[in-house]
Design a protein around this ligand. Structure first.
Ligand SMILES: [Zn+2]
Length: 267
């Protein structure tokens, strides 16, 4: 699933390419991704609107269409956006822009969602979302984590607790910090929490600079893969030697999610 660095990459690329472009037409290929209204009502409301801003909150992308109208896009597991001249194979909704380009909302498994809303901040998924890690600061991060009795890895991934971090970057941050993913948050000392914070922030920043990790269906808006996969230290590296100590990387399920870690470096 695209996480903060992937959605932020899409946001930055869309800002450069579709800002102030007018949506001349909307091609609804599969209305199942549009939630709350019919495909034809969606088309009528979006047609002739201009993309005024591109916003990100956690893993959610928001296009501001002016006059209190927002297009909220959640890519979830199998969605991606592609900007080109035609309609893509897995395109569910195509936004035809006045520069001859089509912004394709693609989804191979139809698990993503598009919503049209007057105030995106009132949407339950946004309203209940935890703070953004990149704007949080070390002291607030520690305060947030030091009393929680939940295991650290699922806690890092809990969108209502901290926004934008998912399965990939949670385990990469914990490897970097040398902390076992199943430890309870309140049993991790302050120095280690500081390390988790520092690691998480630097990994998220690096991943944004590398335009994300193209595991599953995520691609940049021109269709290219992100460049972060070669930099992954534990994710999907089961049985491969740890980059620090050469021990084989292990995988186990924590909170129902596959988790990779080094049994020797992570304490
Ligand atoms: Zn190791």
């Amino acid at each position: 699933m695209p996480e903060l660095p992937e959605v932020e990459t899409i946001r930055l690329q869309l800002r450069r390419s579709v800002l102030n472009k007018k949506i001349k037409d909307v091609i609804v290929k599969d209305a199942r991704v549009i939630k709350g209204i019919s495909g034809s009502a969606f088309k009528t409301k979006v047609k002739n609107k201009t993309i005024k801003d591109v916003i990100r909150r956690g893993k959610v992308l928001i296009l501001e269409l002016g006059s209190s109208l927002y297009l909220v896009i959640h890519l979830r597991i199998s969605g991606w956006l592609r900007l080109n001249k035609g309609i893509e194979k897995f395109c569910r909704v195509g936004f035809v822009l006045n520069n001859g380009r089509i912004l394709n909302f693609c989804d191979s498994r139809v698990l993503g969602e598009i919503k049209l809303i007057g105030d995106y901040e009132k949407l339950p998924i946004i309203k209940s979302m935890g703070p953004e890690p990149l704007g949080l600061g070390k002291a607030k991060f520690i305060k947030l984590f030091e009393k929680k009795t939940t295991k650290i890895k699922p806690l890092l991934m809990d969108q209502n607790f901290l926004a934008g971090v998912g399965n990939i970057y949670a385990q990469e941050a914990l490897f970097c910090a040398g902390v076992k993913p199943e430890r309870k948050s309140n049993e991790i000392d302050k120095k280690e929490l500081e390390k988790i914070y520092t690691c998480l922030i630097s990994i998220l920043r690096k991943a944004i600079s590398k335009k994300g990790a193209s595991v599953d269906t995520y691609r940049q808006i021109d269709g290219d893969e992100g460049e972060y996969i070669p930099l992954l230290k534990v994710y999907q590296r089961q049985a491969k030697p740890c980059f620090k100590c050469k021990s084989p990387i292990r995988r186990k399920s924590i909170g129902g999610r596959g988790t990779y870690f080094c049994p020797r470096c992570q304490k």
